[in-house]
Design a protein around this ligand. Structure first.
Ligand SMILES: [Ca+2]
Length: 742
């Protein structure tokens, strides 16, 4: 018994005898870490797994492991082999689906030619399916995550009699020239054919292991077990079977555990400033390195540097850039432009300018809008969708970036494009004063999230961001039409307040008659907690510009409602309009959260944990903002700086920055990575914009002024903010009581 255990652990802990063959392109044995020994990109992404006894073990329903596709997987012929073992129960007889591996193909190169989706690219998966067979499935067509594809089973094994306690050998293989597929299980081989529809091979997007490629919580197919000895071969299976019988151990080094390090060149001898400078450069150098076609996706995985959206499981195609959501591409460029100014570093400024130039090139010539994502294909940026999104800063963030670039360069093209964007906002405003979810560029009308014309959008700053932006554009240009449109938008925010004897607040979406409506399947017609945050930004901006108490009154009413309706943990996300009861909607069914049976049903239907109350909008912070707007409508603005005042600012703040932003336990710096990282759906990740980086740049800029590198009269020294906004573009506002042109 002891010798059997020993043999089993040696088997799991030692690398495979064949890993040294030149035909092995990628090999992961999990004995030291989850980095592959070989591979174009040996670093993984994924979450909710552990390594134990030299093998990979899934820990959760959404646990999985992934590796880069284009860097690791051969195109025309290849094989992926691995070993697998069950961990609990018998997954071979349980009638459930278990995803062992998936090989989606990238849509890079055909994103602007969707007619080619059907015939280009061999997307594959190996799943144990309900009938207890282990199937090799070809996914014909569909997008880069196989969504919408047609599954065609090419080969399979009945696995009902497989021993769950034993390790099993699996290989999946393709040869496009021979149009053959293989599925091998414990040395037995089944051959299949590439479906006739698939004409041309296309690079793989990723290697996804231990679950389905689908990130939807309700669709999970976890492999509740172990995986080991994952190898990618550049030859088809018959050759792999031969090579595996010929020992050739791998003797090369394992890849190093990566780290980002940058030198402090501005303040090498100042202990605190040099630490901040290094962290700033480590983050921004990563942005410069990962910028593509002037943009980014929302997150960068560490250490694989795979570019993904925020909450997804698999990479985005390599030619795709995302221009939507908080902290998207334009915000990354704003941060880089600020660093270019603050540090006097041309490479950061040039990267920001590349984004600005992308916005110049992608702006609609006639109407002045931008799309929310582009694929760079055939030498140009191609919109990923006909939709013109108005919310999620898709239109407003580039206006700010272009205005800032104009300030820094004096290049009139940036100013003209920013104003063209602002004029588009004027054209896209609904008669009610609101802005819709998106714009129909053909019919030239705003469209709500569910397709109704001229519906008002609160969600994702749909109306607030245009209000704020147009007020700033009015200050920038002195043109009254921008201010008038902004205040009409703010008046709509006031009018959209839902106020009954049960509930007070804002809905996420409204119809043209200002009635709350449903949007996506999880967005009911309700008063939604975050509505207050979305509305507040526009109302506070309108108050600051007018000092008209009318814009604060709705916020005071909602704060009072929050005070009287606080539960343990805070407030629910959605409240029913008629009854004021907390609700959640899933697949358009509404569940009342004060009824335990309905909560139980929601958990069962959605596959997600029971919703809990929270304070997502930070109610006390909002109260502080309302009070602050009254006390200091012009914002926290100091007098013009002098070298002496900057010096005392540095003396007061520098050490505080070190303890709060470098040594804090709440948002710690990942010292190994040299970056601020966080745990995302796809594992360790960093996002594009870091408030710490913006703050450190602020301090370093002041230190440069104290030293005499730059004059102390920049208006940036009169404010200190954690974001890069209009305060970097325009001097602090004068008293606006007597604004011209009203
Ligand atoms: Ca191993």
């Amino acid at each position: 018994m002891l010798s059997m255990l020993l043999a089993a652990s040696l088997l799991a802990g030692q690398p495979a005898a064949w890993a040294g063959h030149d035909e092995v392109l990628f090999y992961a044995d999990f004995s030291v870490n989850d980095h592959a020994w070989k591979g174009g990109n040996p670093y993984p992404f994924g979450r909710h797994y552990e390594l134990a006894d030299g093998a990979w073990h899934n820990l959760e329903r959404d646990g999985y492991l992934g590796y880069d596709g284009p860097g690791n997987l051969p195109l025309s012929a290849g094989t992926v082999s691995l070993r697998f073992k069950a961990a609990k129960g018998n997954p071979f007889t349980d009638g459930q689906r278990h995803g062992l591996l998936a090989l989606p193909r990238t849509t890079e190169g055909m994103l602007s030619h969707p007619d080619q989706y059907q015939r280009r690219g061999l997307a594959l998966s190996v799943r144990k399916v309900e009938g207890n067979t282990l199937d090799l499935i070809v996914h014909v067509g569909g997008d880069h995550w196989m969504r919408g594809s047609k599954p065609v089973t090419a080969a399979g094994f009945d696995v009902a009699r497989l021993d769950p306690a034993a390790w099993h050998e699996l290989a999946v293989s393709w040869d496009m020239a021979a149009r053959k597929l293989w599925l091998a299980l414990d040395g037995q081989v089944r051959e299949g054919a590439v479906p006739a529809e698939v004409e041309v091979q296309q690079p793989f997007l990723a290697l996804c292991l231990g679950n389905t490629e689908d990130y939807e919580p309700a669709h999970q197919e976890p492999w509740d077990g172990w995986l080991d000895d994952v190898a990618v071969w550049r030859v088809p299976y018959p050759r792999v079977a031969e090579l595996r019988r010929q020992p050739k151990p791998y003797a090369g080094p394992r890849p190093p555990v990566p780290t980002r390090r940058a030198a402090a060149t501005l303040f090498p001898d100042d202990p605190a400033l040099s630490r901040m400078e290094r962290v700033v450069r480590q983050h921004l150098d990563l942005l410069v390195e990962t910028q593509r076609h002037g943009g980014w996706c929302l997150s960068i995985k560490w250490p694989s540097l795979i570019r993904m959206s925020a909450k997804q499981r698999l990479p985005e195609p390599g030619n795709l850039i995302g221009l939507s959501k908080d902290s998207h591409t334009a915000f990354a460029a704003l941060q880089l432009a600020w660093a270019g100014q603050a540090l006097g570093e041309p490479k950061y400024f040039e990267a920001a300018r590349r984004t600005g130039d992308m916005y110049l090139a992608t702006q609609d010539r006639e109407q002045g809008f931008w799309r929310h994502a582009y694929a760079h294909e055939d030498g140009d940026w191609r919109p990923l969708s006909e939709l013109v999104l108005l919310q999620d800063h898709v239109q407003t963030a580039p206006i700010l970036l272009l205005a800032y670039l104009h300030r820094l360069t004096g290049d009139d093209r940036y100013r003209a494009a920013a104003l063209k964007g602002a004029d588009f906002l004027l054209a896209a405003q609904n008669p009610s004063g609101s802005w819709s979810h998106h714009w129909d560029a053909v019919k030239r009308v705003g469209i709500g999230a569910t397709g109704a014309e001229r519906g008002g959008e609160m969600n994702d700053y749909g109306t607030s961001a245009p209000v704020e932006t147009l007020l700033q554009v009015a200050r920038w240009t002195g043109a009254a039409r921008y201010r008038a449109a902004a205040l009409k938008g703010a008046d709509w925010l006031v009018a959209a307040l839902v106020e009954t004897d049960r509930v007070v607040g804002w809905a996420g979406q409204y119809d043209a008659a200002n009635q709350p409506v449903q949007a996506r399947h999880f967005e009911p017609a309700s008063v939604t907690q975050y509505g207050t945050r979305w509305a507040a930004d526009g109302l506070l901006a309108a108050y600051r510009a007018t000092r008209d108490e009318r814009y604060l009154e709705p916020l005071r009413k909602v704060l009072a409602w929050y005070d009287t309706h606080r539960t343990e943990g805070g407030w629910h996300w959605d409240y029913d309009l008629a009854s004021g009861r907390p609700i959640q909607m899933y697949q358009r069914r509404v569940y009342f959260l004060d009824d335990p049976a309905q909560v139980q049903a929601l958990v069962a239907d959605s596959g997600q944990p029971a919703p809990r109350p929270g304070d997502w909008i930070k109610v006390e912070q909002l109260r502080g903002e309302v009070n602050g707007a009254v006390e200091r409508p012009e914002g926290k603005v100091g007098p013009p700086a002098t070298v002496a005042s900057l010096k005392s600012f540095l003396a007061a703040v520098t050490q505080l920055h070190v303890t709060t932003y470098l040594e804090s336990q709440s948002q710690p710096l990942n010292e190994q990575a040299g970056l601020y990282t966080w745990d995302s759906t796809a594992g360790t990740s960093t996002n594009l914009v870091r408030h710490q980086v913006i703050r450190f740049c602020d301090l370093l800029y002041r230190a440069r002024a104290v030293r005499g590198d730059v004059p102390p009269d920049d208006f940036a020294f009169r404010t200190s903010t954690a974001t890069v906004g209009w305060e970097k573009v325009l001097p602090p506002p004068a008293n606006e009581d007597s604004h011209p042109g009203d």
